[in-house]
Design a protein around this ligand. Structure first.
Ligand code: HPA
Ligand code: ZN
Length: 352
């Protein structure tokens, strides 16, 4: 027996337990990416839609991706079962239950209206279903949340403008939730500059701005997101490491990166979790956070993401805590609410 394994696995188990109970924020989560195969089948049946898979198991077995696009093809096809306000409500409520089980206190949630309006679903239906579930959880449990409306970057800027115009009449009704604008979908060949004018308009309107950049795309897309779109957070951003000057800038400005370890593994951004650069980014002083992206497709929610990187990169308890602190600092809550979350986190750390 290899006795050297015992102490490290024992301390690994202790860190796993510490992670499981630790209060968290989640800042990079696509609500359409939380649609579990079981719920997808249930909604397909409710809406009388035929799925091209014989069973939940067959669908799950198809979740074998070679890159971002191979995932997006399935993700958009899966969203086809979402038809009614109740469907959006049920999906969001299921996510909240999973997040709460992982001790998530506050979630900032992407949604892609174009995925639904393209299929004839009214944008008001999308807003209403997601918001109703978030408000119910806030009332019931004090679960905090923000909605970030995201433009699909494989579509045109004109399309993004049309989506913004369609959504703006709803702004007042959802002023407690809809605070942000994001940019997602196929990154390569769709640089941030393509959306310069629509982001300028969103900025004038007072939205908080984020964008996916440096997931599959180059470090130059991170620079474009910062300088052209004026975002305050970068979603993913792991390829920033390829540009030392950018790394210095991100560290100096403490620009948050919403890193998603299991996503990066499943989409082959990294070959092996042991090769993930999260610890190097953290050591370089960047404001790295841990998030789950599309947990129904990538094999795990928040705790699974923390566990996977903590084990593969042999993170210390202090590094894990720093990731959680960064998540609080990077969120869109008011300073007094961030202070409350920080206090809960530090009390947890002192007690465990
Ligand atoms: N990257 C880009 N677009 C996405 C993702 C992602 O990880 N998830 C859902 N849409
Ligand atoms: Zn994402």
């Amino acid at each position: 027996m290899n006795t050297a394994v015992t102490p490290s696995s024992a301390s690994g188990a202790a860190l796993d337990a510490f992670i499981a109970g630790m209060p968290k924020t989640e800042l990079h989560l696509h609500i359409e990416g939380t649609l579990e195969p079981e719920l997808m089948f249930a909604l397909a049946q409710r809406n009388q839609i035929a799925l091209p898979y014989a069973s939940v198991e067959a669908l799950r077995a198809a979740y074998n991706f070679s890159d971002l696009q191979s995932f997006l093809d399935l993700y958009y096809a899966g969203a086809n079962v979402l038809r009614t306000e109740q469907d959006f409500y049920d999906m969001t409520a299921a996510y909240i239950a999973r997040a709460q089980a992982d001790q998530v206190r506050h979630a900032e949630i992407f949604f892609d209206p174009q995925t639904h309006t393209e299929r004839g679903i009214p944008i008001a239906t999308v807003f209403a279903g997601i918001a109703a579930a978030l408000r119910d959880a806030r009332r019931r449990d004090g679960f905090g949340s923000v909605m970030i409306m995201s433009f699909l970057r494989h579509l045109s800027e004109e399309d993004a403008f049309a989506t913004l115009e369609a959504a703006l009449p709803l702004r007042e009704q959802y002023a407690d939730l809809w605070l942000g604008i994001g940019l997602d979908s196929s990154e390569r060949g769709n640089p941030p500059e393509k959306f310069e004018r629509v982001y300028a308009r969103c900025r004038e309107l007072g939205f908080r701005l984020v964008a996916h950049a440096g997931e599959e795309g180059p470090a130059a897309y991170v620079i474009g997101a910062l300088d052209t779109l004026h975002v305050e957070r970068i979603d993913h951003g792991v390829r920033s490491e390829e540009d030392p000057a950018l790394m210095q800038r991100l560290a100096q400005q403490r620009t948050p990166l919403t890193v998603c370890p299991l996503s990066n593994l499943k989409l082959c951004v990294v070959k092996d979790m042991a090769e993930h650069n999260l610890a190097r980014l953290l050591d370089a002083g960047l404001a790295v956070t841990v998030n789950s992206d599309d947990p129904a497709y990538f094999g795990g929610y928040m705790n699974a993401n923390y566990h996977a990187v903590a084990r593969a990169l042999d993170l210390s308890r202090e590094q894990v805590l720093q990731l959680a602190r960064n998540g609080i600092d990077a969120c869109f809550l008011a300073d007094e609410d961030k202070a409350t979350l920080h206090q809960e986190l530090e009390q947890y750390a002192a007690a465990h």
